[in-house]
Design a protein around this ligand. Structure first.
Ligand SMILES: [Zn+2]
Ligand SMILES: [Zn+2]
Length: 339
């Protein structure tokens, strides 16, 4: 019995030493069972990773790691993204967390970026929050305990907090998420790649209203076509007014919390899909083609002085605000109905 215990203990010590040596040779840290986070250096020797039990690798970087792909040892996921605040990792959280979950259950996972500080840590935190039910704060604390350099950039912190707020799923009805998506689209639209209507994800464009909507409808003044609802407004707080247009410099007035009602800016609507893939242009009624407004992906300054980015600007004189019909139907007494 004693001999058996001693053998087991020796074996454990041996395994621990091998593990320690491997760890020192590869820049990675274990966060929870079967989940490692590391730098690109951690991928230098695929066979060592394999000895550690790694079966799945996630790379978040500007290019995939050929050595890992060509080794044929691993299930592999490559997420393209540089370590900038504006890089959209949030959109990829569900797919990456599912991949990590599969790997943790069937083997072990390495999530890495270039330095193992920001991008990879962000992905691992999204996993801990979604699959292990941790809060943002607890996930950050745990990762920083296990890897002292862990430090997601400010943009990724905002994305993780938004994910936490949406109960770790992407919720197209969440107002903050809608604004986030629109800002991401605006950044894409300012890039140099060719654009097409396929870049819009479900939920990016609001549904074209129908006559039965219970919300206030704005119709084309010329042909009465429903164009958008009041819930579609892209709100902004009142800017510094005339001072914003003064070339001598911005005023020092404090930022207002009041919502501006000087102009109508809206979230893009389905009927605009094919016509908003340039950097800017006009918005025309889908039925009679009358011009009802304009759009500028890099933004426009409202008369209140505030920049609205992107700007889908509706000309108030080209639309009519109509009360929902539903209320009238509900209150109407049907013919032959006894009261
Ligand atoms: Zn029209
Ligand atoms: Zn304004």
């Amino acid at each position: 019995m004693t001999t058996k215990c001693t053998t087991v203990r020796r074996l454990r010590v041996k395994v621990f030493i091998i593990w320690k040596v491997k760890r020192m040779a590869l820049d990675l840290d274990v966060i929870v069972d079967n989940l490692y986070v590391g730098s690109q250096q951690a991928t230098k020797d695929p066979s060592m990773l394999r000895e550690l039990g790694v079966t799945h690798v996630v790379t978040v970087s500007d290019g995939p790691i050929d050595k890992i792909v060509n080794s044929g040892f691993f299930k592999y996921k490559f997420i393209e993204g540089i370590d900038f605040d504006i890089t959209d990792l949030l959109q990829r959280f569900p797919e990456v967390t599912a991949f990590i979950e599969e790997g943790v259950k069937s083997g072990a996972v390495l999530v890495h970026c270039v330095a193992g500080v920001s991008r990879s840590v962000t992905m691992v935190m999204a996993y801990l929050m979604e699959k292990n039910g941790m809060s943002f704060d607890d996930a950050l604390k745990l990762v920083q305990q296990k890897r002292k350099y862990a430090n997601p950039n400010d943009g990724f912190i905002k994305q993780l907090k938004l994910y936490e707020k949406m109960k770790c799923r992407l919720d197209p009805s969440d107002e903050e998420y809608r604004v986030y998506r629109l800002s991401s689209l605006a950044i894409t639209m300012q890039g140099h790649q060719p654009k097409d209507a396929g870049m819009f994800l479900p939920g990016d464009l609001t549904d074209t209203p129908t006559a039965n909507d219970s919300d206030i409808i704005f119709r084309c003044k010329k042909c009465r076509q429903p164009l958008f609802n009041r819930s579609c407004f892209y709100k902004h707080t009142v800017g510094p007014g005339e001072a914003a247009f003064d070339w001598r410099g911005a005023s020092n007035t404090e930022k207002s919390t009041e919502i501006c009602d000087k102009s109508i800016f809206i979230h893009p609507v389905q009927w605009m899909k094919q016509s908003i893939i340039d950097t800017e242009g006009k918005l025309s009624c889908p039925k009679c083609s009358a011009k009802v407004g304009s759009y500028v992906w890099h933004g426009e300054q409202c008369p209140c002085g505030e920049w609205v980015i992107p700007a889908f600007h509706i000309q108030t004189s080209k639309v009519d605000e109509c009360k929902p019909i539903q209320t009238d139907i509900r209150n109407r007494v049907e013919p032959g109905q006894n009261t």
